[in-house]
Design a protein around this ligand. Structure first.
Ligand code: SF4
Length: 257
């Protein structure tokens, strides 16, 4: 959400450069459109006590998405960054980090400024992303301490999930970037209900081949899915992931069923 310039700023005839750059910086973070906020979580940033900022907007339409309220990029934010910054100022020493989630947080150019302010307050910065904007992610790398990256499928299978051409190439480019930069990361895959054990293992092993060590398989919550026709799998999780060589990963986790 953008905010009007405050009357006091408008009336300043010749602000000095430092004040101007500070004002621009704050204004940029304040443009972050935020659709939700969690004050404390122990599960969204491994090993850290964190708050979660849910950024508004995503260009993809994954069939299993259950954050449908966050998808519309034109929707105004519900929470102002200034309120979150004020909250964080009161949590210094009590929280370890802040996770920027979504939606797709990297869709917004104001994300970097919000991350900078978060770091300046002494918090670690986590990011949940589908990797839709590798160029922007590259610029953000110095500001990020940990990433939860969705790798939804092999590149050619992405459009059947996201509805967007070349989305797979973008996500795998983001994976490559993060691996090359050695950013601590967990890669997650939500299982499409119609995938076979062979498909699932092929994807997992491709992710291991890329160099991923922390991998999580997530069940698909069809009850909350964007695509109401999506049906749950008739096969249990154990059988579906039975062909994955879990030893290929230092940490292999399962969430949901
Ligand atoms: S990338 Fe994430 S937020 Fe965007 S549609 Fe897919 S699941 Fe939903």
């Amino acid at each position: 959400m953008s905010h009007p310039v405050s009357p006091s700023t408008q009336q300043t005839p010749t602000p000095d450069l430092e004040a101007l750059s500070t004002a621009a910086h704050i204004s940029s973070a304040d443009r972050l459109r935020i659709g939700g906020f969690t004050r404390l979580t122990t599960i969204d940033y491994p090993g850290e006590l964190a708050a979660v900022v849910f950024c508004q907007g995503c260009a993809w339409r994954c069939r299993y998405c259950h954050n449908t309220d966050l998808l519309d990029a034109r929707a105004p934010g519900l929470i102002h960054w200034t309120d979150i910054r004020r909250f964080l100022e009161q949590r210094i020493g009590l929280l370890d980090g802040v996770v920027f989630s979504g939606g797709e947080p990297t869709a917004q150019s104001a994300l970097g400024a919000a991350m900078q302010e978060t770091r300046a307050l002494g918090f670690k910065v986590g990011l949940h992303t589908g990797g839709a904007y590798p160029d922007r992610l590259r610029d953000l790398l110095p500001l990020i301490d940990w990433v939860g990256l969705d790798i939804k499928a092999l590149p050619h299978d992405y459009p059947a999930i996201t509805g967007v051409a070349n989305s797979g190439q973008r996500a795998w480019e983001s994976l490559d970037l993060l691996l090359t930069a050695r950013v601590p990361m967990e890669v997650r895959t939500t299982l499409m209900p119609n995938w076979t054990p062979e498909q699932i293992a092929e994807l997992a092993h491709a992710i291991a081949d890329a160099g991923v060590t922390q991998y999580c398989i997530q069940g698909c919550d069809t009850d909350r899915a964007l695509d109401e026709t999506l049906q749950g799998s008739l096969v249990g999780m154990d059988e579906r992931i039975g062909l994955i060589d879990k030893n290929r990963f230092a940490n292999f986790a399962i969430r949901g069923d």
